[in-house]
Ligand binder design. Structure first.
Ligand code: KG4
Length: 335
């Protein structure tokens, strides 16, 4: 029973985000504040700085989003906040703020698993020109913190098919970029550098390529990049070769995952690495090989954002699922 719009809150890593969605999923207002500048000088996200920045930003951001939607707290029907997985300090800030609003206004509260939110984003009405994919579909989550293949079989029915044995793929991009002296986060810089490089010039490994299952591993690739650079390889060539290896591995792993979900209707890609052109092309190829489309939500909705959190909240509320006020945020929270 959804009595009004849903406020979504996200604070699991280094973006503070808020969004308001109508009960039918229409986006009424959304905003994301990135803390990238505050962390860049440290070459990565500093949890304590992140938590404090979320605390400073969240109340004002939520109020601004509501105002932009022409609403007040009294108009809301429910509150949904990311409650894991992620950095615990930030999760506590967002979840506590959300519970505060819910208690003050007597509203239902939904503790959202961010991985579930990524899994359900493609179902947001009107989002994809191809239409929302039917269950089951394959989700490839490729970000700075995650690298996994998930069979999305229904609401609350997720089967993790494979995950990374070491680094997440975005982390691998960032570490390889750092070795080349590029600024953090290095993924986009590495992609630009790769444009002028020869992907065949530097032989790099393709970890787990062709192996059964769909786990990932990237640490050996990073070591090989370090070695190639020490031996004097051109940075642009190393960047292009690295990107080609990652793209080939992701496509191979996706193809293996599709064998485990033979009735998949689509391959849905989420996470910051979905911005990479070579990665997208490779995954589109893997999807096409079994005759299904590759669907990628617009980038702002496949990195950290609050629209997907509000939408996951709506899906759960429709199924009658809410959470008690003593629900604790979880830094680790597998699907
Ligand atoms: O989903 P996301 O914004 O959040 C985190 O998981 O933190 O993903 C960020 C990651 C970073 O590692 C970043 O370097 C990577 O996505 N990334 C890219 C590109 N754009 C962002 N990696 C490769 N190519 C890109 N164009």
């Amino acid at each position: 029973p959804l009595g009004g719009p849903v406020l979504g809150l996200e604070s699991s890593c280094d973006e503070t985000a808020a969004a308001v969605l109508a009960p039918d999923g229409t986006i009424l207002a959304e905003a994301v504040l990135s803390q990238e500048k505050e962390h860049a000088i440290f070459g990565g996200v500093v949890p304590e700085i992140a938590a404090r920045a979320h605390l400073a930003a969240m109340p004002g951001l939520a109020a601004a989003v509501l105002e932009r939607a022409g609403l007040g707290y009294g108009d809301l029907g429910a509150v949904a906040a990311t409650s894991g997985p992620g950095l615990i300090g930030g999760l506590i800030v967002g979840a506590s703020f959300g519970k505060g609003v819910a208690i003050a206004r007597g509203l239902p509260f939904v503790a959202v698993n961010q991985l579930e939110a990524h899994a359900l984003t493609a179902r947001l009405p009107g989002l994809l020109p191809e239409g929302a994919p039917a269950f089951p579909y394959l989700l490839l989550l490729v970000s700075g913190g995650h690298c996994q293949c998930v069979a999305v079989e229904g609401l609350g029915r997720y089967r993790r098919l494979g995950t990374t044995l070491d680094d997440a793929v975005g982390e691998a991009f960032d570490k390889a970029a750092k070795l080349m002296g590029l600024p953090w986060p290095g993924g986009p810089h590495l992609e630009r550098l790769a444009v002028g490089g020869n992907a065949k010039a530097v032989p790099l490994p393709r970890p787990l390529y062709g192996r059964p299952g769909c786990d990932f591993s990237f640490s050996g690739l990073k070591t090989a990049v370090a070695r190639a650079l020490t031996q004097g390889a051109r940075h642009a060539d190393v960047a292009a070769s690295f990107q080609a290896s990652v793209a080939a591995v992701l496509a191979d792993r996706a193809q293996h995952a599709l064998l485990m979900v033979p009735d998949a209707t689509a391959v849905v890609v989420a996470g910051g690495v979905a911005a990479n052109g070579a990665v997208r092309a490779a995954l589109a190829g893997a999807a096409a090989s079994v005759g299904v489309p590759m669907l990628a939500p617009p980038l702002r909705l496949c990195t950290d954002n609050a629209v997907m959190v509000a939408w996951a909240g709506i899906e759960r509320l429709r199924a009658g699922l809410t959470d008690p006020m003593d629900h604790n945020p979880r830094p680790r929270w597998p699907l």
